[in-house]
Design a protein around this ligand. Structure first.
Ligand SMILES: Nc1ncnc2c1ncn2[C@@H]1O[C@H](COP(=O)(O)OP(=O)(O)OP(=O)(O)O)[C@@H](O)[C@H]1O
Length: 661
C-alpha cells in the first residue's frame, strides 16, 4: 500500500480545558498514482487530515504511513498547494519555482536544475510570464505557479487544499482540466480537498465523503469509474455521471440536515463533566435466552453496583414486541434487543412514528441456529439443497411453516438470506411465523411449525427432546454476526448521560466476564436460576459440545456465544448497513437514502469508544472493508444498493429519505 491512513484520530485541546475531537478513526488506503478527493461540509476536518498527510500536524491516535514509513514531519516527498498560492511576492515565476528546486536538488548540476524549472513552467503554460512577479499575475496564473513549484520537486504525493477555491468559474474550469492532464501525465498520487462535486468527479478515482464533526469519519467512498484520459465534455455525458453527482449531493444535503439538527441540540465541545448519576435505579428488559447472560451477570456479579447503579430491576419480557413497546413507553430504561430493532424503530417500525434508538454496544454475536423437525429429517432432508429440492418437487406435501422471533431479528434476516440463496422465496414458498423464542419448542412439539430459527437454549431443547435437528447454525451462515444489542431511546440517553455511561461500562465488563471460559459453568448456573431452564439444556451452547441432533459427533463451538472477544461489542456501522439492506429487501422497512445519518444516530460507536477508553479496553471501530456471508456475495458498504439489487430474491425496494425526529 502506498499511503495508509491508519485509524487516525485528531483531538484539539481547547482553551476552556475541553477538547474537540475533529476526526475519529479515519481509515483509508491510497494506491500509487491514485487521485483522491476529500469532500464534506466546512469544518468537517478535510484540511486537518490533509495536514497530517503533509506532516504539518500529527495524529492524536493512529498514524499516516507513506511507503512503509510513518509521516512525522513535512518533507520534499509531499508537496502542498494551498488556496492562497503562498508565492514569494518579490520573486518572479521562474525564481519562485527555482527557489524550491535549488533547495531540494542542491546537489544536482545547475543545468539539470534549470531544465527541471523550465519543464515545469512549460507544463503549466507560463513561458510567456516566467519573468513576472505574483502581483502581475491573475489568480489562476498564480495557482499554476504554485502547482508547477510543487510538481517540480517531483513529490511522491501532491496535496491540494481547495486549490481553485479563490478563482472565478471560468479560470477554475480551465485549471481543473490542466491539473487533470498534468496528474495523468506525471502519474503523481494526489489528495485534494474540495467543496466542488463536479471538480471531484472530473479529477478523482475515488471521492472520500467525510461526515460532519465532531468525530468526523468516512461516511462513504464513491469510486469514479469514468475512463481516462478524461475530457470535461465527455465526462458529463457519461451515463453514470449524473447518478454519481446525485449521490455526492445527496450526501452533502444529508449532512447539512444533520448539522442543523446538531446545532439545535447539544454543544459540540466536550468539556469534562462530573460523573454524578442522574438516577441510580434502572429497569432493564430481556428475553429468556442464553445470550441474556451479560445483563444477568452485570447484576449478579455487581458490575452495575460498581458503577453506582444501586438498584437494577431485570424484567423478563414475553416477546421482542413487548420489549419495543416498553422501551418506547419508558417503562424500561434499556433492554436487550434483536439487532435490527433499533434501526427499525428509528425508521418507524410497523407504522409507528420514528423513535430514534441509541445503541452503544453489541451484547452478543452468533448463538442462533435453524432447527427443523425430525419428521423432515426422516424424509432425508440434511442440507439447504435437500430442502430446496423437497419444496420444488413436493416431497413435502404441505407448505412448510418456520418460526422466527421477530421481523427485525437476525433470525429472520439470516433465515431469509439462507433460504433465498438456494432460490427458496421465504414469502411465497414457505410460511414464516413470528413466535416468541420461549414458545418455539412447544409449537414444534405440537406440530404447528416445521422448524424455526432461534437462539439458545431452544435449539438444544428441541434436540434433547428428540423433536428437531440443526440444519445450520449462524456460524455456518455468517460467523461473527451481531445478534443482540443494548438499546436505549435517544431521548433517555440525552437526559441521563452519566447513568447511560455507567450502564455501558457495567455491561461491557460483564460481557468480558462472560467470555472467560472458566466463568461459563457459573454463568450456566446463574442463567438456570434466572430463566428456570435446566443447566444441561444451557450447557451445550455456552460450554459445549454442541449436538446438532443429526447423528453427527457433537462439536465444540467456542465462538457460538461471543460476548466480548475480537472487539465483539463494537456497534459497527457497516453491520448496521447490512441489516438495513435486508430489512429493505423484504419490505420490512424502507431503505433510507440517508442511511449514513441513520447509522450515526443509532450505532453509537462514539459512546462505545468512550466507555472502552474509560475501562482501558482497546476499542476501535474495525475497517469499512467489504465482507461476505457464506454464499460469497460481497457486501461493499460503499454501494449498498448494488448489493440489494444483486440479491437473488427481493421485493420491490422502497428507497427514500427518512426524516428523523
Ligand atoms: N488548532 C485547532 N484548535 C481547535 N480546533 C481546531 C483547530 N484546528 C481545527 N480545528 C477544528 O477542527 C475542525 C476541522 O477543521 P478543518 O479546518 O480541518 O475543517 P475543513 O473541513 O477543512 O473546513 P473548511 O472546508 O471550512 O476549510 C473544525 O471544527 C475546526 O474548528
Amino acid at each position: 500500500m502506498f499511503v495508509q491512513i491508519d485509524h487516525v484520530d485528531k483531538v484539539f485541546p481547547l482553551a476552556n480545558g475541553g477538547r474537540y475531537v475533529a476526526l475519529k478513526n479515519i481509515e483509508l488506503e491510497i494506491h500509487e498514482g491514485e487521485f483522491i478527493s476529500l469532500i464534506g461540509h466546512s469544518g468537517c476536518g478535510k484540511s486537518t487530515l490533509l495536514n497530517m498527510i503533509a506532516g504539518l500536524d500529527r495524529a492524536t491516535a493512529g498514524g499516516v504511513i507513506l511507503e512503509g514509513r510513518e509521516i512525522t514531519e513535512p518533507g520534499p516527498d509531499r508537496m502542498v498547494v494551498f488556496q492562497n498560492y503562498s508565492l514569494l511576492p518579490w520573486l518572479s515565476v521562474r525564481e519562485n519555482i527555482a527557489l524550491a528546486v535549488d533547495e531540494v536538488y542542491s546537489k544536482q548540476p545547475v543545468g539539470e536544475r534549470r531544465s527541471i524549472i523550465e519543464h515545469h513552467i512549460e507544463l503549466v503554460g507560463l513561458q510567456h510570464a516566467a519573468k513576472k512577479r505574483p502581483s502581475q499575475l491573475s489568480g489562476g496564473m498564480k495557482q499554476r505557479v504554485a502547482i508547477a513549484r510543487a510538481l517540480a520537486i517531483r513529490p511522491k504525493l501532491l496535496l491540494l487544499d481547495e486549490p481553485f477555491g479563490a478563482l472565478d468559474a471560468l479560470t477554475r474550469g480551465g485549471l481543473q482540466e490542466q491539473l487533470m492532464h498534468i496528474c495523468e501525465e506525471s502519474r503523481v498520487t494526489t489528495v485534494m480537498v474540495t467543496h466542488d462535486v463536479d471538480e471531484a468527479l472530473l479529477l478523482s478515482d475515488r471521492v472520500v465523503m467525510l461526515t460532519n464533526g465532531p468525530e468526523s469519519h468516512i461516511g462513504r467512498i464513491l469510486t469514479v469509474d469514468l475512463p481516462r484520459p478524461r475530457q470535461r465534455m465527455e465526462v458529463v455525458k457519461h451515463p453514470d455521471y449524473y447518478q454519481m453527482r446525485a449521490e455526492l449531493i445527496d450526501f452533502l444535503n444529508q449532512q447539512k440536515r444533520v448539522k442543523k439538527a446538531q446545532a439545535t441540540k447539544s454543544t459540540t465541545v466536550l468539556v469534562p463533566q462530573t460523573k454524578k448519576l442522574e438516577q441510580t435505579t434502572v429497569n432493564i428488559g430481556y428475553i429468556p435466552l442464553s445470550d441474556a447472560a451479560p445483563l444477568i451477570i452485570a447484576k449478579e456479579k455487581g458490575f452495575f453496583a460498581k458503577y453506582g447503579i444501586d438498584r437494577v430491576n431485570l424484567f423478563q419480557e414475553p416477546s421482542w414486541d413487548a420489549i419495543a413497546d416498553h422501551i418506547v413507553s419508558g417503562e424500561l430504561h434499556t433492554a436487550q434487543m434483536v439487532a435490527g430493532m433499533p434501526l427499525a424503530l428509528t425508521l418507524g417500525m410497523n407504522g409507528r412514528p420514528s423513535i430514534p434508538i441509541s445503541v452503544p454496544l453489541v451484547l452478543s454475536r452468533n448463538g442462533n441456529a435453524i432447527t427443523l423437525s425430525t419428521k423432515l429429517y426422516s424424509k432425508g432432508i440434511r442440507t439447504l439443497q435437500n430442502l430446496k429440492v423437497s419444496i420444488s418437487t413436493n416431497i413435502i406435501e404441505h407448505k412448510l411453516t418456520l418460526g422466527v422471533v421477530h421481523d427485525c431479528s437476525m433470525h429472520n434476516l439470516m433465515l431469509r438470506y439462507w433460504l433465498a440463496s438456494a432460490g427458496i422465496d421465504p414469502d411465497t414458498d414457505i410460511n414464516l411465523l413470528v413466535i416468541p423464542p420461549a414458545e418455539m419448542v412447544e409449537r414444534l412439539r405440537a406440530g404447528e411449525i416445521d422448524g424455526f430459527c432461534v437462539g439458545e437454549p431452544w435449539n438444544t431443547q428441541a434436540i434433547q427432546e428428540g423433536i428437531g435437528f440443526v440444519i445450520a447454525t449462524d456460524l455456518d451462515i455468517w460467523a461473527g454476526n451481531p445478534e443482540k444489542i443494548l438499546g436505549f431511546t435517544e431521548t433517555w440517553v440525552e437526559q441521563h448521560p452519566n447513568t447511560h455511561n455507567a450502564i455501558v461500562r457495567a455491561v461491557l465488563e460483564a460481557c468480558e466476564y462472560c467470555d472467560e471460559p472458566r466463568h461459563r459453568p457459573e454463568i450456566v448456573a446463574l442463567l438456570a436460576k434466572h430463566l428456570n431452564i435446566a443447566p444441561q439444556t444451557l450447557r451445550p451452547g455456552l460450554i459445549g459440545p454442541f449436538d446438532r441432533g443429526d447423528n453427527g459427533t457433537p462439536e465444540n463451538l467456542p465462538r457460538y456465544h461471543q460476548f466480548h472477544i475480537e472487539n465483539a461489542n463494537c456497534p459497527r456501522r457497516v453491520e448496521g448497513l447490512w441489516i438495513l439492506t435486508q430489512l429493505a429487501r423484504w419490505n420490512i422497512t424502507p431503505f433510507p437514502k440517508n442511511y449514513i445519518e441513520i447509522l450515526d444516530r443509532v450505532r453509537r460507536v462514539d459512546h462505545f469508544l468512550t466507555a472502552c477508553q474509560e475501562l482501558g479496553y482497546i476499542g476501535i471501530e474495525p475497517d469499512r472493508d467489504p465482507f461476505q456471508l457464506f454464499d460469497g456475495q460481497v457486501f461493499n458498504p460503499d454501494n449498498p444498493l448494488e448489493y440489494l439489487k444483486n440479491q437473488p430474491i427481493h421485493r420491490n425496494v422502497d428507497i427514500r429519505n427518512v426524516e428523523l425526529a
